[in-house]
Design a protein around this ligand. Structure first.
Ligand code: SF4
Length: 160
């Protein structure tokens, strides 16, 4: 049997696709994925949707992607989600590990749309779309610390 395929937010792998031109590289996550010998598919839905790097930061305001300058960038967000879903349509994806708090990739929490740093329970647009297509989504933070052993075990059962 081939390796299990796992989608991973590209910024976690060191790709400079974040809004500020940087990344969210996680050495712990990269080491973990190597140890588990999964096939990693990196994705950045915002860049795939045509947004530039760097770009004005975006939050979800009542579910709509709006940037800090007040511009509606929802069409780019939706285009990015569609582009990734189209690209993986023929792939057998086991799960996704995604960057916390992002309006695209956030799995458990997102910023509340006020651009004041306040977090609320919720998920990003891309995370939701994956979950709705039946791909289990995981918050990357759980793989980089202690206290989420059951959560990580669930992921490991899927990739077995
Ligand atoms: S859209 Fe996802 S992968 Fe791209 S920079 Fe934001 S959190 Fe990272």
């Amino acid at each position: 049997m081939g390796k299990k395929k796992v989608l991973v937010s590209a910024c976690l792998l060191g790709r400079n696709c974040k809004y500020d031109g940087g990344n969210n590289y996680s050495e712990a996550l990269v080491r973990y994925l190597k140890e588990k010998a999964v096939e990693v598919m990196e994705v950045c839905p915002e860049v795939e949707g045509g947004l530039p790097v760097p770009r004005v930061p975006v939050e979800l305001v009542d579910g709509v992607a709006i940037n800090r300058a007040g511009e509606n960038v929802d069409a780019c967000f939706r285009a990015g989600v569609k582009a990734v879903l189209d690209r993986i349509r023929e792939e057998e994806i086991t799960a996704a590990i995604l960057q916390p708090r992002s309006p695209s990739c956030g799995v458990e929490q997102v910023y509340d749309g006020s651009f004041t740093g306040r977090l609320v329970p919720g998920e990003g647009m891309f995370a939701r779309a994956l979950r709705q297509t039946g791909i289990p989504v995981f918050d990357a933070a759980a793989f980089c610390g202690k206290g989420r052993e059951d959560y990580v075990r669930h992921f490991e059962e899927l990739i077995r």
